[in-house]
Design a binder for this molecule. Structure first.
Ligand code: FMN
Length: 197
């Protein structure tokens, strides 16, 4: 009861993971717009850029204590988050290796109680060069999020073709920007409504 009251009194924490290692990444830009939507509702936002994190490949037999600090940072931020936004590029019709590798590290949460991402909400964003692959990528991410026991935001944001929507390092399409902000707001409202119960 005391814990629930404390959770209600602190800002909702939303953590974004961007799944592209490309400079000027469109999925990173999209994620920033969604996080702005969360921040507009008073959420505390954190962006984990995999390019900066530079995670090694996940190896199941390497214990956490032998992993670099970047892995502990990832896990700490995931643990502390009430909500997560995953945003990545479509690679060959599905999730990028870099994002999947980061998500593989969540296997370290298999001994936590609650397990994995239980009680957290995940919102999904994908960008693609074509029109279809971002939808498939979102579906692939959804399989991972469900397997890790997360709640899913009902708004999903598949974005493409990127050359029509992004110009000079900016997302120019206002309906897409608004959908991203809506997603950012939705995950915050989801957490708040669960805390209010
Ligand atoms: C290895 C690779 C595979 C890709 N595969 C696809 C694909 O199957 N379908 C598609 O529409 N775009 C594909 N693309 C294009 C990217 O999805 C698109 O450029 C995306 O916006 C990149 O995201 P980023 O800017 O965040 O890196 C691919 C790009 C790369 C580098």
């Amino acid at each position: 009861m005391v814990e629930q009251e404390a959770a209600r009194q602190r800002p909702v924490k939303v953590m974004g993971i961007s799944g592209s290692l490309r400079g000027g990444s469109s999925s990173l830009l999209a994620l920033q717009v969604a996080l702005d939507g969360s921040a507009a509702l008073g959420a505390q936002t954190e962006l984990l850029d995999l390019q900066e994190l530079d995670l090694p490949m996940f190896r199941p037999q390497v214990p956490l204590e032998d992993c670099p600090d970047s892995v502990r940072l990832l896990l700490r931020q995931v643990r502390e988050a009430d909500a997560m936004l995953w945003s990545g590029p479509a690679y060959h019709g599905t999730i990028s290796g870099a994002l999947k590798n980061a998500l593989d590290y969540l296997e370290f949460l298999n001994t936590e109680r609650p397990l994995y991402l239980t009680d957290k909400v995940v919102g999904l964003i994908a960008t693609a060069g074509g029109a279809m692959a971002s939808v498939n990528t979102i579906n692939a991410m959804a399989h991972v999020a469900q397997t890790l026991r997360a709640w899913m935001a009902t708004i999903q944001v598949p974005i493409g073709p990127t050359r029509d929507l992004f110009q000079n390092g900016e997302l120019k399409d206002e309906p897409t920007r608004e959908r991203l902000r809506m997603l950012g707001r939705q995950v915050v409202r989801f957490v708040q409504s669960r805390q209010a119960r």
